[in-house]
Design a protein around this ligand. Structure first.
Ligand SMILES: Cc1cc2nc3c(=O)[nH]c(=O)nc-3n(C[C@H](O)[C@H](O)[C@H](O)COP(=O)(O)OP(=O)(O)OC[C@H]3O[C@@H](n4cnc5c(N)ncnc54)[C@H](O)[C@@H]3O)c2cc1C
Length: 483
């Protein structure tokens, strides 16, 4: 039928054109999802045809097809690329390790891959100030810091992130007297929208420094970052199962009597897996490679995160694991701080994490358990609870209040909508603030009242990036358009 219409109305040439267009689509020369699309780029009035590149985040839940991905190795190259983007009227974003679950690092225009901009630039061994290029991975940084006799005072669960990525989203570890990683920043160099380079610290460009420690990548490209480090230290780690009810009843004791306390809990299990880490002068008595693999990958990642599947396939095996796993998993060791703070993650997942007042932690856990009962949701992956000190950084999730962070996870390709939306509704009742680098559904209108210094950040954003060179769809959603 369609062929007849085609012949009748447009004749032979019309059909040929249609066939060519369909052919182009069929062979994937143009795909709107954008894996190998060809797009015309506006360059000073003339169209230049460019093959788009492909960009995916670690979790595999996000994809973009930027015009170009550059891998600069010097500050001058970054400046030139920012200026080039400005001249072409394009947007530009940097990424560190693509470990964010939100669209915070995405760009359809220019992307800077800073993985080769990763050298330690200067070590002030008297004061513990270490200056590092922004693409440096925390794993490499922490090992090298140790050779200089220094360490980061606290770290998150992993060390795959870049230093700039970690501070830009307010990445945190755990410890009621320890702030998020951005609180360890002493000073920075920032490349702004017109390509100028600014130094900022508590003494220089103070307003910029204040906001830029948790910038969401919205203020410019961070060039170098100077951290205030602690003298290298070992941690005594005690990892053991404790009944969740006992943990929640004595939560303040656990949190206050340990420098770094956190726990994971797999719903349906009686016990939580607790981690209690404290500084020690004892020499290293590390776990063996096998023990590390068994704990982080086999038990922590693989078995714990597949229990729901085992529930379905082999209930007796699942009951056996649930009964025995919490009893056998018990470790007591001493190792370098960064080896204790961070672990490997092999299973790909997506995550939502909310920051609520510490005082609301018990209430929130009870409400969460009720929420699971009422909805019948049985999450395949565990929750994680951690604690952070208050700080004064405008967009830090711990700004102005002592914080408990409550994270939920699902494997990458599981349906997350109902679980994550329900959890978010619950967390919002506690004035929860979402992790900027993790999944959430909030917008500027629902977020701005949660941050007492929201306007201060917006003033700096407008000053440094008046044309929105560093913005993207995610930033427009959570921060609004630049007015
Ligand atoms: C397995 C896993 C475990 C995690 N564990 C934790 C945890 O324990 N605690 C926690 O708080 N978070 C955690 N996260 C979240 C993660 O720490 C953050 O999303 C972090 O921002 C990722 O760092 P990245 O280097 O990959 O940054 P990216 O995701 O690449 O980028 C994040 C943001 O930083 C910006 N950016 C990067 N480099 C620059 C630069 N040079 N200048 C300006 N902007 C820049 C990007 O544009 C983007 O806005 C985890 C994530 C994963 C996948």
């Amino acid at each position: 039928m369609s062929r007849i219409i085609c012949w009748d109305q447009y004749g032979k040439n019309g059909c040929k054109t249609l066939a060519i267009v369909l052919g182009l689509f069929y062979f994937g020369i143009y795909r709107s999802e954008g894996i190998v699309s060809i797009h015309a780029v506006q360059t000073g009035g003339q169209d230049r045809v460019t093959k788009r590149q492909s960009w995916d985040n670690w979790a595999g839940n996000l994809h973009s097809s930027p015009i170009e991905i550059f891998r600069p190795t010097t500050e001058d190259e970054i400046v030139a690329l920012v200026q080039q983007a400005a001249n072409r009227g394009l947007r530009i974003k940097a990424f560190g390790a693509k470990h964010s679950f939100s669209g915070i690092a995405i760009s359809d225009d220019y992307i800077l891959d800073l993985t080769s901009y990763d050298q330690i630039v200067e070590v002030d061994s008297v004061n513990g100030y270490v200056t590092v290029q922004s693409g440096k991975k925390l794993s490499h940084l922490s090992e090298e810091l140790f050779t200089y006799g220094f360490a980061m005072e606290d770290m998150g669960d992993i060390a795959y992130q870049s230093i700039a990525g970690a501070i830009s989203t307010g990445t945190h570890g755990t410890g009621a007297t320890f702030g998020c990683i951005p609180t360890q920043v002493h000073s920075m160099r920032i490349i702004t929208a017109d390509g100028s380079v600014l130094n900022c610290s508590k003494d220089e460009n103070q307003d910029i420094f204040h906001s830029a420690r948790v910038s969401l990548g919205a203020l410019g490209i961070l060039s170098t970052i100077t951290l205030k480090c602690e003298t290298a230290f070992n941690l005594h780690a005690v990892e053991k199962p404790i009944a969740l009810d006992e943990v929640m009843t004595n939560l303040d004791d656990f949190v206050d009597s340990n420098e770094h306390f956190e726990f994971f809990w797999q719903p349906n299990m009686q016990n939580a897996f607790t981690k209690q880490n404290n500084r020690t002068t004892r020499p290293e008595e590390p776990l063996t490679d096998w023990e590390n693999f068994k704990n982080d990958v086999l038990i922590g990642d693989f078995i714990a995160n597949n229990l729901v599947k085992v529930d379905r396939i082999a209930p007796p095996l699942s009951r056996f694991i649930r009964r025995n796993l919490p009893v056998t998993y018990r470790e007591d060791y001493v190792d370098r701080s960064y080896r204790v703070f961070t672990s490997e993650r092999k299973v790909k997942f997506v995550e939502m994490e909310y920051f609520i007042p510490r005082a609301a932690a018990k209430d929130a856990m009870e409400r969460y358990r009720t929420f699971l009962q009422q909805t019948g949701i049985v999450p395949s992956m565990s929750i994680e609870m951690r604690f952070t000190a208050a700080d004064d950084i405008p967009l830090s999730m711990s700004t102005d209040r002592e914080t408990c962070s409550f994270a939920i996870h699902l494997r990458t390709h599981e349906r997350y909508q109902q679980y994550f939306e329900g959890f978010e509704t619950l967390m919002r009742e506690f004035d929860g603030r979402p992790h900027w680098g993790k999944m959430h559904f909030q917008t500027k209108d629902t977020l701005m009242h949660l941050y007492p210094q929201w306007e201060q950040f917006q003033v700096v954003r407008k000053k440094l990036d008046p044309d929105g060179r560093f913005t993207n769809a995610y930033l427009n959603r959570v921060l609004g358009q630049i007015e």
